[in-house]
Structure formats: C-alpha cells, structure tokens
Write a protein that binds this ligand. Structure first.
Ligand code: PLP
Length: 480
C-alpha cells in the first residue's frame, strides 16, 4: 500500500511563520492594547454603569463572525469598544451595585497576562513546581483565613459554581452515598441557598435525594432548632441526614447562617456541613467578618470567590476541604501517559484535587496583587464597603423606603411602598427606570412574593459618591 503521507506538499518556513510575532510586532500590539485599556479605565468615572444598547438585531456586526479573513487591530479595537465593552453592565464601574460585583483590580489582569504569555502548565507539580507552589500557597493562605489548621486542602477554580460542585462531589464520596442510598439521603438547605448548589446536586447525581428547605428567621438565616427537629424526624423515618448547606453571605441579602450552632448539629448527627462563602468569605479579613462568621473553621467544606470580595477579575473561585484526603479521594486518577509526573510528589497537584487536567495558571492573578499590595488595603476596602452599606441603609430610611434589618454584610434590600399603587409593579418600574438612567446599576429580587431592589456594595471602585448618586437618582424617581 502506498504511504499516504509521501505526496503531502512540504511547507516552507515562510508559509508557516505567520503565528510567530516579532519583537517589533509584539511591542506595537501591546502599545495599542494598553492604550485601549488605559482609555477604558481612565474614562470609568464618566461612563455609565449600565448601557441599554447592544441587544437589538441592529447591533449585530459582521466582525462577530469568524469568516477566515484577517483584520487589523485598528478595526478590531473600535469594534470591541462599541459592540462588547459598551453594551450591558459595566462590571468594572464603581456604579455597579447589581448581583455581586468585584470590579477587577488591574494587577489581576496583569497576572493573567503573564500566566497566558508564559503559558506555564499549572496542572501538575512535575510540569511546574513553581506554579503549583504558588497555587498551593494561596490555598494555604485562604485556608488559614478561614481558620483551618492541619491537613486541609483545596483548589483554585474558575468561580463559585465549580467550587461548589467540587465540594458537593467530595461530600458525596466522603459520606459514601452510593446510588442505592440516594433516595434515603437528605440534604438540608434554605431558600437562600444559591442555585449553583442545586445545579451541583444535579451534576453529582444527588437530584433525587430528599431535599429539606428549612425555615429562616427574619434575617433569612436558617432556624437551627427547626433544622434539628427535621433531622430527628428524618432519622425516625429511616432516612439518612447527609448534607447541610449553610450561607456565609447569601446572594440575595448577604445572610450569614449561625455557623457555630450548625457545626454542633453537623457533629451531633454526623452530617457533612458545607458553607457557601462565595460572597462573604473574604470579609474574614475584617474584625466584623471574623465575628459574624465564627464557627466557619469547623465546617467540612467552604467556598470563597476572589472575584467578589477580593476584587479580582472574573474567573476566580476557591474550594477548601477540611480534610484533604477526602478531596484527593474524590478526584484521584490513573493514566499511563502521565506516569512521568509521578516522579515528583512533594506537593499535591491541582489535577489530583479537581476535575481539571489542563488549566489556566489562575493562581498568578491572585498571587500578584497580594504580593504587590500586601493584605492591608483589601481589609480597609472591605471595611469601607461595610460602612457604605450601613450609610445607604440609613439614607434609604430617610427617603421613606422600607428596608429590612441592618445589613449583615454589604448588601442592602429595599422597596418603596406607594400609597395608591401595587408595590411590586411600582418597584419593578423603579428598577427599570434606574436601568434606563444607567449611571448606577442595581438589581432586583423577589422574597416571599415581594419585589425588592438590592444594592450590593462590593466593588473596590464603589465609594461614597456612588452611593450618594444612587440616593439622588432614587429621590428623583420617587418624587416624579
Ligand atoms: C453565594 C454565592 N454562591 C455561589 C455563587 C456562584 O459563583 P460564580 O458566579 O462565581 O460561579 C454566587 C454568585 O454570585 C454567589 O453569590
């Protein structure tokens, strides 16, 4: 048989060199891109936090499509500006108070740039002992912040959803929930549980477990004696209490469950206790945070999102497991073609502790800012956010808004009760009017059938002037 490769044309170097860039080209590209990002960052105080354009079909542009052609940066950057960076929520803006913002500190972008330009493979210690040491030292720092000691471990993920997924899959394996046990295994949540955990149950084959939604107090915290009563009832009915999900900063309202009591209950009934601290976790840098999250050091697993209250750009979550053996057992693998990597086992590798093999070296986007700034500025920025939330809470009362009790973290929930209109319709219209204005962005939620507006003060760029602007805009709308 004829060798099919024999007649392939041979490519010359000049044919295949176009993916290589010369130093001159690189410098020109960097200059244009840095000038572009500088002009974006420098104009943040003037640009809107929300821009309603960009959704209609007219905003389609042929540049979105990959058509095989070559385009110069002079054409690409204006396209990105108009079609990508401008429309929708300006998540880098200090006026972004919707969902859970963070802002994206510049040094995390530079960390990403370095990680991608050097393209170190950070999945296994053998391939990059330095990159893995950086990631492991971030896990150590975060674990100690939570109060873990001894043999804890964790993984840097792309965000809180994947961190929750890893924690739930670890809980299932550690508690030996086999297929035959699923119908009898019980998971305890509240209505404040983030939907990424419900997704994680589905992805981990736990959707058919018995799900108990435990009642909450007036601050949306799990009522622990109701939990305990339910657990006892479940045991009496022959069910197996398996997993308790708690919040340390729920998305809607920033609720923090009574972690100390929950840790006692989890111990008493031998259940896994998982804490979703995606939003609240880094407030442990403040004295207030340490006080309200006391007990977090006792839980079996916890997640934190550095792209929220550590202000990194999107793409950063952390899962921590109190006993690293459980995390390793849930993610262990064997692959013959990876056998060389086993020659250096001095440290755990991310690939042994998560579903990922090839991965972005995402530690650098967190390590670089922490090294350049130290910890102190993060603490003082978070203290500022807590103060701003209390300030807004007070100002809203002055404007006759209905507000709940004092914010537990940095999210404020409020609604206006008009005299002669339906409150839900009025507040839905109010949030639309704030979006149409666009100078600040807030989001809404529904609790117990009532529509509330919520301002989440988390971005490092949010300061008193942004809160004053929100108050001014609200004042104008309720008086128009
Ligand atoms: C409390 C909480 N848990 C989990 C998540 C999911 O995190 P991510 O969006 O990083 O996947 C969020 C996101 O807002 C959250 O607020």
């Amino acid at each position: 048989m004829q060798n099919p490769f024999i007649n392939l044309p041979t490519k010359s170097d000049s044919d295949i060199s176009s993916l290589e860039t010369s130093k001159e080209d690189r410098v020109a590209l960097q200059k244009a891109i840095l000038e572009y990002s500088e002009s974006f960052l420098e104009s943040l105080e003037q640009t809107k936090a929300y821009e309603k354009s960009g959704y209609a079909a007219e905003a389609q542009d042929k540049l979105f499509e990959i058509d095989g052609g070559q385009y110069p940066l002079e054409e690409i950057l204006p396209f990105l500006s108009e079609r990508v960076d401008k429309p929708g929520i300006n998540t880098a803006s200090g006026g972004h108070l919707g969902y859970i913002p963070g802002g994206g500190i510049y040094e995390s972008a530079l960390g990403d740039y370095l990680a991608a330009a050097i393209n170190k493979y950070a999945g296994v210690f053998f391939a990059s002992p330095g990159a893995v040491r950086i990631e492991n030292s971030l896990i150590q720092w975060t674990g100690k912040l939570v109060g873990y000691t001894g043999s804890f471990g964790g993984n840097l993920t792309s965000g809180g959803s994947i961190a929750n997924l890893i924690a739930i899959s670890t809980a299932r394996q550690a508690k030996r929930i086999k297929s035959r046990d699923i119908e009898n295994a019980v998971i305890y949540t509240t209505r404040q549980t983030h939907h990424s955990l419900l997704k994680a149950f589905k992805l981990c084959g736990l959707e058919e477990c018995v799900l108990r939604v435990i009642a909450q107090d007036h601050q949306y915290r799990m009522i622990t004696n109701k939990l305990e009563k339910q657990i006892e009832e479940d045991i009496r009915s022959g069910l197996k209490p398996f997993l308790i999900i708690a919040n340390a900063g729920s998305t809607d309202v920033g609720a923090i469950d009574p972690l100390e009591t929950l840790a006692d209950i989890a111990k008493r009934y031998d259940t896994w206790l998982h804490v979703d601290a995606a939003y609240g976790g880094f407030f442990l840098l403040t004295d207030y945070g340490k006080r309200v999250m006391a007990g977090i050091e006792r839980v079996d697993s916890v997640i934190l999102d550095p792209h929220k209250a550590l202000f990194l750009s999107y793409g950063s979550g952390i899962v921590l497991i109190k006993n690293i053996e459980h995390l390793a057992a849930a993610n262990s693998y064997e692959a013959n073609y990876m056998q060389d990597t086993k020659s250096h086992q001095d440290e755990y590798s991310p690939a042994e502790l998560s579903p990922e093999l090839s991965k972005h070296f995402r530690g650098l986007r967190m390590w670089l800012p922490l090294k350049l700034h130290g910890i102190a500025p993060f603490k003082s920025y978070l203290e500022e956010k807590l103060e701003l939330a209390n300030y807004l809470h007070q100002k809203l009362q002055d404007l006759s808004f209905e507000v709940g009790s004092k914010p537990q973290l940095s999210t404020v929930l409020f609604r206006f009760l008009p005299k002669h209109k339906n409150a839900n319709e009025y507040n839905t219209e109010l949030v639309k009017a704030i979006h149409a204005d666009g100078r600040v962005f807030i989001s809404s939620t529904t609790l117990d059938g009532n529509v509330y507006l919520r301002a989440a003060i988390v971005s490092f760029r949010t300061h008193k002037r942004h809160i004053d602007l929100l108050i001014q805009i609200l004042h104008k709308h309720i008086n128009s």
